[in-house]
Design a protein around this ligand. Structure first.
Ligand code: SAH
Ligand code: SF4
Ligand code: F3S
Length: 439
């Protein structure tokens, strides 16, 4: 049997795409190799969101090159956003690569593998949804659903519009059928994926138009799906109907990831985010009003070109005010082909690092403070496996998307009720309560 090894970098959409790649390779009769050195087919699903993502991947590619020189019959394939952003240049820079493809061309990998092609092949059109391919899930009880691909925004720092193309939504009926299949297969938690989930459905033909809030209701109505998550909404167009869905639909989890990027309206404008600080804070107020206990998490970029100390201080102010349950914080990284990479006022690295440290301190303190509201409450945890630090304990996530480590007996993939005894900025700890109410 021929064997493959796949390494995945980047976001949840890439994790989803990799599950589909694995499903497709299964159906071609490939088996999975535990080590890269044991594989006939060495695959990478790449990311290019920041320079660090490129660097990390290129080091792995070096190992693949060495393995191929030991055994030239090995095939090396590179998919994903890095590949898409370089296209044919992949073969100029890395001549040992046999096949390169973008996120819209995963299905072509099968074509390449079943052909007798001896020359390197590149596939870079934006055409299919990976969501149409067979899947092999990492976890039986959790599933991704790709509701749309691409992004029509023009955030000046971001490479994604060029690597994923224009936004295209999948019809709601197709997604409901997929949710039903997942539920029948034992999935209890689904995560709906899109670059900007709020704009889901706008591109669908008349008669099939469905809003994101309507899609949430349709998935919520599928029997067996206990939890619905999604990522990411864009603050410019998260509307009341979506926030209400969190209050009214039992399956929709009380967690909203609302990427801020910057607290300064001037910087937001230069980022082409199309909202300002006030409008962002209005969205937060709406969430707090309709779903008071909702977790709010975010993404923040520090050191955007031209960001002054006073503008950075506004980001700190917003973090103080909102009190995020957690935040992904990034140092601005100039990306090829983006507007922001060419802007004047690129900041020196030490300035970016120093701001990052101050930001992380505020984010962590506020997250720790926020997390104290769970202490003494009993939360519902979907068990994912043993605790990473103490294998005698269990680990899972609650409906607010907090990681919970606890003493208990519930099996992986089942729901446990855990009384929270302590909370840090990132995790809750507690003990399982066998017959208790969820608070
Ligand atoms: N579509 C999602 C974001 C996907 S990228 C959204 O708009 O919410 C994930 C995060 O990476 C972004 O939210 C941003 O904070 C960060 N990011 C994107 N490009 C970046 C860059 N050039 N430098 C630093 N961080 C970046
Ligand atoms: Fe990038 Fe902006 Fe699109 Fe998100 S919304 S993927 S940050 S261009
Ligand atoms: Fe995701 Fe990275 Fe592409 S974050 S969309 S895999 S550039």
């Amino acid at each position: 049997m021929r064997r493959y090894h796949l390494t995945t970098f980047g976001c949840q959409m890439n994790e989803h795409d990799s599950e589909r790649m694995k499903g497709m390779l299964d159906s071609l009769g490939y088996g999975e190799a535990a080590e890269r050195s044991e594989a006939d087919l060495i695959l990478f699903n790449t990311c290019s969101i920041r320079e660090s993502a490129d660097t990390r991947f290129v080091a792995h590619l070096g190992e693949a090159k060495r393995l191929k020189s030991e055994d030239p019959s090995r095939v090396i394939g590179v998919g994903g956003c890095w590949s898409q952003s370089l296209k044919e240049k992949v073969f100029e820079q890395f001549p040992f690569v046999d096949v390169a493809f973008g996120p819209g061309q995963v299905h072509r990998l099968a074509e390449f593998l079943t052909s007798d092609s001896l020359t390197a092949q590149g596939y870079f059109e934006f055409e299919g949804f990976t969501g149409h391919l067979p899947m092999r899930r990492a976890r039986d009880f959790q599933g991704w659903m790709q509701i749309s691909v691409g992004c029509n925004c023009v955030c000046s720092y971001c490479i994604v519009p060029s690597t994923r193309g224009r936004e295209v939504s999948r019809p709601a009926a197709e997604l409901v059928a997929e949710a039903e299949r997942l539920a029948a297969d034992g999935v209890r938690e689904v995560t709906l994926l899109g670059q900007n989930v709020n704009s889901y459905g706008r591109d669908l033909p008349k008669g099939e138009k469905t809003t994101f809030a309507e899609l949430l209701a349709l998935v919520d109505a599928v029997d067996g799906i206990d939890r619905i998550r999604y990522t990411s909404p864009h603050p410019k167009d998260i509307r009341e109907d979506v926030v209400r869905a969190h209050a009214e639909l039992p399956g929709v989890c009380p967690h909203i990831h609302l990427p801020l990027q910057s607290g300064s309206s001037r910087v937001l404008k230069a980022m082409r985010r199309t909202y300002n600080r006030e409008r962002y804070m209005d969205r937060v107020a709406l969430i707090r009003e309709l779903v008071p206990d909702c977790s709010i998490t975010t993404d923040i970029i520090v050191g955007f070109p031209g960001e002054t100390e006073a503008e950075f201080a506004e980001t700190l102010e917003v973090c103080e005010e909102v009190g995020y349950d957690s935040a992904f914080t990034f140092v601005f990284s100039p990306r090829r082909g983006t507007e922001a990479a060419e802007l004047d006022g690129q900041l020196p690295h030490p300035v970016k690092r120093e701001r990052m440290e101050r930001l992380v301190a505020v984010v962590q303190r506020r997250a720790r403070e926020r997390a104290q509201r769970f202490v003494g409450r009993t939360v519902e945890v979907l068990v994912e496996g043993p605790s990473r630090t103490d294998p005698s304990r269990l680990r899972g996530r609650d409906r607010h998307n907090k990681t919970v480590n606890f003493e208990g007996l519930t099996a992986v993939g089942e729901l446990a009720h855990v009384e929270v005894t302590s909370a840090t900025s990132t995790t809750l700890a507690g003990e399982e309560r066998l017959l208790s109410r969820i608070g």
